[in-house]
Design a binder for this molecule. Structure first.
Ligand code: ARG
Length: 476
């Protein structure tokens, strides 16, 4: 009858539409190398525990390695009737090594096999993403350092608020991405758990050695409950949550680049190599790249919601619904990796218009808070100072002047506490450097933050490289 590995109890062929409907090969073929690596480790364990012979194991391993080469050289044939990557590889193995292929699936089910494959895949991709994020952090810090004295208006409610250093603004993004890095590192702990040996749901009657399989596959931990092992996709949900938060950060940064590169702001210019033109308006240089990052963020959120929704009503343990986990997962992995890569390359090439930023910071009453603080320092309660400066702003506005352009006499009409030294307080440089509170925009503060970040980045990179090389003592 059919070539299907599970066809024993069936007397009718699968409907063609059902084959296409249930097949996941187009999506899960990307797991092939993990599937093969996992199977090889499984063979070695079975042989070590004398569940199969050494000869059988080496025959299976040889066959599996050959299939890997075939897939990599594009010689492998895929078809819907074989459902998924696990069935494809096992069926091909039977053609290659004959009857012994039937021993590979001893003490194993596709339920624990697929859980293993996704965990191995996601462990690698999480590490790739983390490496990308550290590299991006480095780029942020580099630009921050080279703009340690560039001043721009800080905004609240998208209204000019107070002058800040561009480096301080950039370092805010460093903080966000460094939290993302921590979050992915935390996910990794729960991804890095070995489920194989849980079999379909209840474990197995064979005397398997799960610790040995885990060791061969560099897992520091073995899953504790067979039912949970085959039905748990929390680690994907956690990954997608972390990715969603990270994309929020990329999207906010993109939004600022879009805004700042507008004619109205003119704070930055995107590199030509990262912008596009209009098909009708010759003057246009459009920020399509950050716009697409912002747009793709929506798809990542959708992937998170997909997974949450797929899982929310599933009875224990494995249900076929869970096959739908891979599309959203792979989509998010692809998107976040491409966004990180784009930003690593785009950020250092941004043209920053220091003059436009400085000009914008010197107009719009950004020194009003400092003027109020000046009065407080001379003994006036803050609320009263706030009201007094508010009146001065109103007065200056009606005369089309900035606060520092008013004469001392005019200022004194609002408070007798004003003396000539107020004009020194109101300079931008003074405003920046008097914000010395920890975490504030004062130059010394920001320089210290940059120094600290550089040290941290170097450490993170070292730990990650160790982890990527599977050093057993490496901890993220
Ligand atoms: N392709 C399936 C998935 O990704 C593999 C597990 C199939 N298990 C089963 N009992 N049908 O979920």
């Amino acid at each position: 009858m059919s070539e299907k590995l599970w066809s024993g109890r069936f007397s009718e062929k699968t409907n063609k539409n059902v084959e296409a409907f249930t097949a996941s090969i187009d999506i899960d073929k990307r797991l092939y190398s993990y599937d093969i690596e996992g199977s090889i480790a499984h063979c070695k364990m079975l042989a070590k525990e004398s569940i199969i012979t050494e000869e059988d194991a080496s025959c299976l391993i040889k066959g599996l390695s050959k299939i890997k080469r075939e897939i990599e050289q594009g010689e492998f044939q895929y078809k819907d009737s074989l459902e998924d990557i696990h069935m494809h590889i096992e069926t091909r193995l039977a053609q290659e090594v004959g009857k012994v292929a039937q021993k590979l699936h001893t003490a194993r089910s596709r339920n624990d096999q697929v859980a293993l494959d996704i965990r191995m895949y996601l462990r690698d991709e999480t590490l790739n993403i983390m490496k990308g994020l550290v590299t991006f952090e480095k780029e942020i810090v580099n630009v921050a350092r080279s703009h340690i004295d560039t001043i721009l208006p800080g905004y609240t409610h998208l209204q000019k608020a107070q002058p800040i250093l561009l480096s301080h603004h950039l370092m805010a993004y460093y903080e966000m991405f460094s939290r993302d890095l921590n979050r992915f590192g935390d996910c990794l702990k729960r991804i890095n758990v070995m489920p194989l040996g849980s079999a379909a749901i209840a474990g197995t009657t064979y005397p398997i050695n799960r610790d040995y399989t885990a060791k061969l596959l560099y897992f520091p931990e073995v899953s504790a409950n067979s039912i949970d092992s085959v039905s748990d996709r929390d680690f994907i949900i956690e990954f997608l949550s972390s990715a969603s938060i990270c994309m929020v950060h990329f999207s906010r940064l993109s939004e600022e680049l879009i805004l700042w590169s507008s004619y109205e702001f003119g704070f930055i210019e995107l590199p030509d190599s990262f912008a596009t033109g209009s098909s009708i308006m010759p003057q246009k240089k459009n920020p399509d790249v950050p716009e697409l990052v912002r747009g793709k963020t929506g798809r990542v959120f959708g992937d998170l919601v997909s997974l949450l929704t797929i899982m929310k009503s599933l009875p224990l343990a494995y249900n076929r619904d869970m096959q739908e986990d891979k599309g959203p997962l792979f989509n998010t992995v692809d998107i976040i990796k491409s966004c990180i890569d784009i930003f690593i390359n785009m950020l250092p090439k941004l043209k920053i218009n220091k003059e436009a930023m400085g000009r914008a910071a010197s107009e719009g009453y950004l020194n009003a808070t400092d003027m109020a603080d000046y009065l407080v320092n001379k003994g006036m309660p803050f609320r009263e100072a706030h009201r007094c400066v508010g009146k001065a702003v109103n007065y200056a506005l009606s005369r089309n002047k900035e606060l520092h352009e008013l004469a001392i006499k005019e200022l004194q009409s609002f408070s007798s506490l004003f003396t000539e030294d107020i004009f020194d307080i109101l300079t931008i440089q003074k405003m920046i450097n008097s914000r010395r509170s920890f975490g504030g925009t004062g130059t010394e503060n920001v320089t210290a933050a940059i120094n600290e970040a550089e040290k941290k980045i170097e450490k993170e990179m070292k730990t990650l490289t160790k982890f990527i090389n599977y050093d057993s003592d490496a901890k993220v």
